[in-house]
Write a protein that binds this ligand. Structure first.
Ligand code: AHR
Length: 497
């Protein structure tokens, strides 16, 4: 089994927007309470932020974090989460049917992201609310002062504006589960008018229009066509969301699932370009893949959850090794579409379908999916290269001609290195890949990291890290090319200088 990779550092798909490696913190489950924020925890700092969690987040080098939802934002009043904590009310969160204590809100999140080294992607409520509350909110966050809402922020102890550059116009407004679900016409009009108002307050911001909640929605892709017809000239991105699961326990088919993702990206791109043509617009709409991950392990246990608890353990998927392989495949797919996908958020970051898990009052640890995400985020910076890759192929239940080797190649000019991310998703056969690196006279492999495991279902716990990469990948220089051994069912990162 042999693959070839033709790599030329001058044949470029696009510069990679670092926001491709974003993530998401929603006010739900134990993401905030017991996750990033836990007063009284031995690792809590003076603001109650868990420093053990912050350290793990920093290792991921997360450039941007979406907040505060998710479904939660569609019935959330941002005013409940600002000002003196003793005056904040306990409210019902209708999305997850829990109690929101509001002891953590916008300003705390801004402080937390500064400590994490991340920017904020803020979402406004277009479910139960509209233009008025959204314009007040951006005035509170971004206006320097001398107006009611900006002065209120200053009174709350934040003299300088938060200067939040990226804003989402609601969340999954096509979904019947969404509080305040809209038809495409209703959403398109509301989003356009809200966009106008937000940009009048701060013309430097960028806006995301809600796409479908997934490619399986009955209104996809008509939703995109109708809503963008309204919002096209006011917004900068359309959102995409997709979650994966191996419900049938067919791992070979599961790992081929990124082919569906490819198709989804192509379809949304095509709808955007159709509208560009229809409107005779000069603007190319970019994509914000602002929710993606594996989500299915916790589904059954969540059905049993009692309502109206505070920070209950919901959506706490425990990820296994094959999930980490799929996550690697998703990141590879995004890199190959770096010309259109400018932002993407792994959903989510802590405890809720997350790479980082904690025990409330106890330890924090890395789930299996932490590793491909970290490696892509730390080393996948620079430009995405148009490598020509040929690979052995196979068929699965739902997909034909699945490439065993799925790969993306990055050139980081600052570091002077080429980084090959390669997934061998054939569960049985090793593949030998021959990589031809033009423009590299004496290439030297400085790291060949491999994530592999005999057990596709192996997981990490607070006490045992069964799934983590090792640096002993097999490779050799053969006259004019690099020979890489890509083991069956493995994620590889090869850095060449
Ligand atoms: O990330 C979990 C949920 O998935 C989000 O709240 C929602 O936007 C999506 O349906």
């Amino acid at each position: 089994h042999k693959a070839t990779m033709m790599i030329d550092k001058d044949i470029v798909i696009s510069p990679i927007d670092e926001r491709l490696y974003g993530s998401f913190i929603e006010h739900m489950g134990r993401a905030v309470y017991g996750g990033i924020f836990e007063e009284g925890h031995p690792e809590a700092d003076e603001q109650g932020f868990r420093s053990d969690v912050l350290n793990l987040v920093r290792q991921l080098n997360v450039p941007i974090i979406r907040y505060p939802g998710g479904n939660m934002v569609s019935a959330y009043n941002w005013e409940d989460g600002v000002g003196p904590k003793e005056n904040r009310h306990r409210k019902l969160d209708l999305a997850w049917r829990t109690i929101e204590t509001n002891q953590f809100g916008t300003n705390e999140f801004i402080d937390w992201t500064r400590k994490a080294g991340s920017d904020v992607m803020m979402a406004v409520n277009l479910g139960t609310r509209g233009i008025e509350e959204a314009r007040n909110f951006i005035e509170y966050c971004n206006h320097p002062g001398g107006s009611y809402w900006s002065d209120l922020r200053r009174q709350h102890g934040y003299e300088k504006p938060h200067d939040i550059k990226t804003w989402c116009l609601g969340n999954e407004m096509d979904g019947p589960w969404q509080v305040g679900q809209k038809t495409p016409e209703e959403y398109g009009r509301l989003a356009k008018e809200t966009a106008k108002a937000l940009k009048l307050v701060d013309p430097t911001i960028e806006l995301v229009s809600c796409g479908s909640s997934g490619s399986g929605m009955p209104t996809f892709p008509e939703w995109e066509a109708v809503t963008l017809d309204h919002t096209y000239e006011e917004v900068d991105y359309v959102s995409l969301h997709q979650y994966f699961g191996n419900q049938d326990n067919d791992s070979q088919n599961y790992l081929a699932g990124t082919m569906e993702l490819e198709h989804f990206i192509h379809t949304v791109t095509s709808v955007c370009d159709y509208l560009k043509a229809k409107k005779r617009s000069k603007k190319t709409m970019m994509l914000s893949f602002d929710e993606w991950n594996v989500w299915y392990h916790s589904a059954d246990q969540d059905k049993e959850m009692e309502p109206w608890q505070t920070a209950p353990p919901i959506l706490e998927d425990v990820y296994n090794f094959e999930d980490a392989l799929l996550v690697g495949g998703i990141l590879i797919t995004f890199l190959r579409h770096a010309d259109r996908i400018k932002m993407a958020c792994m959903a989510q970051l802590v405890n809720v379908i997350a790479p980082i898990m904690t025990e409330t009052g106890g330890a924090a640890w890395k789930q299996t999916i932490f590793y491909p995400y970290m490696q892509a985020s730390v080393y996948g910076r620079g430009v995405s290269l148009q490598a020509v890759i040929s690979s052995p192929k196979f068929d699965t239940k739902d997909f034909t001609d699945v490439a065993a080797v799925d790969s993306a190649v990055v050139y980081n000019e600052d570091a002077g290195e080429v980084v090959i991310f390669a997934l061998n998703r054939d569960l049985k056969n090793d593949v030998v890949a021959e990589a031809y690196l033009h423009h590299f006279a004496n290439p030297r492999v400085i790291e060949h990291s491999v994530l592999e495991n005999d057990d596709l279902k192996a997981v990490n716990t607070a006490f045992q890290e069964s799934v983590k990469p090792h640096a002993n990948g097999e490779n050799s220089w053969e006259q004019d090319h690099l020979q890489l051994k890509l083991k069956a069912a493995s994620w590889n990162m090869i850095r060449v200088k």
